[in-house]
Design a protein around this ligand. Structure first.
Ligand code: ZN
Length: 296
């Protein structure tokens, strides 16, 4: 199955559910950034949560940026998602290699270390919404549970999983976010809690052949629910020569002249998709003259 997200709700929207399968997305990220298994898991989990959160966006130009900063060897993760559920992201250090943790799992918490989680939502308003919380376990799912509950004040259950195969390719990836709105009946809440606590890990469920639809059924069980939307999701970068040019010009005419004199060319790299953009002498001269004209 290719990657997709389901948006569902129950009890007159008192419960909202988002569930996704993201194997191709995480595999693409692994290939682009040549991530080690633990870095694939850390970046993958962040891409999954961004993809799930993108299904909450309403307007075409809405964007979500997630920044994780920690004192562990990975140092940081940046992921961006748009309203069409295109996600892109990178880790500061893709080569981290750590022993498995005490549970025999990839040590994402150790790779990230202590730090903070920042969510920036650009919803077309004057100032973007910004929420920041401390990392709780640095395993990412628990950190988002804490973020939603404290920063957005929406009690949530978050599961994110990346199963890395023995050849370091991605075998399965996916996750869910279940949110309860104010006024949700106690019985619904306790049923959901019981169902979720009985579940196996999401990657085990995928590995046993379950689809997101099957897992949703397990989460709700006796609670009637409706699937409202199925949305495709993918790793996709929207960088272009024009966008990179804009960023390059923004360093200022003096720095452009310095580069022209010293190096005669410039090479800019897109952190998200690793694509290189080369500006030769002629091109830089043209940019300087264009900027000069605008200043006059
Ligand atoms: Zn790019």
């Amino acid at each position: 199955m290719s990657d997709y997200i389901l948006r569902a709700a129950a009890k007159d929207e008192q419960v909202r559910a988002f569930i996704s399968y993201n194997k191709d997305t995480v595999q693409k990220a692994r290939e682009i950034h040549d991530t080690s298994p633990v870095a694939s898991a850390a970046l993958g989990r962040t891409l999954i949560v961004a993809s799930l959160m993108s299904a909450m966006l309403k307007n075409d130009s809405d964007l979500i940026t997630i920044q994780i900063k920690g004192d562990g060897p990975i140092r940081g993760i940046v992921v961006v998602a748009d309203n069409k559920s295109n996600v892109k992201g990178y880790v500061y250090n893709p080569d981290v290699s750590l022993p498995l943790n005490s549970l025999g799992k990839l040590d994402v918490g150790g790779a990230i270390g202590k730090g903070s989680l920042t969510v920036i939502k650009d919803l077309g308003l004057k100032t973007p919404y910004l929420g920041q919380t401390e990392l709780v376990t640095s395993e990412i799912a628990e950190d988002f549970t804490y973020y939603f509950t404290t920063s957005e004040q929406i009690p949530s259950a978050v599961a994110l999983g990346v199963l890395v195969d023995t050849d370091t390719s991605i075998k399965h990836a996916g996750g869910f976010i279940i949110q309860v709105m104010p006024g949700c009946e106690e019985i619904t809440l306790s049923t959901l809690e019981r169902n979720i606590s009985k579940m196996k890990s999401i990657t085990t469920l995928f590995d046993e052949g379950n689809t997101p639809e099957d897992i949703l059924k397990t989460i709700f069980d006796s609670i009637p629910y409706t699937i409202y939307e199925t949305q495709k999701t993918d790793f996709r970068c929207n960088c272009s020569k024009e966008r990179v040019e804009k960023a390059f010009i923004s360093i200022g005419i003096k720095d452009l002249q310095d580069i022209l004199e010293k190096d005669k060319k410039a090479e800019l790299n897109c952190h998200f998709c690793n694509k290189n953009y080369v500006f030769d002498e002629e091109h830089i001269k043209k940019l300087i003259s264009d900027v000069g004209c605008e200043l006059r």
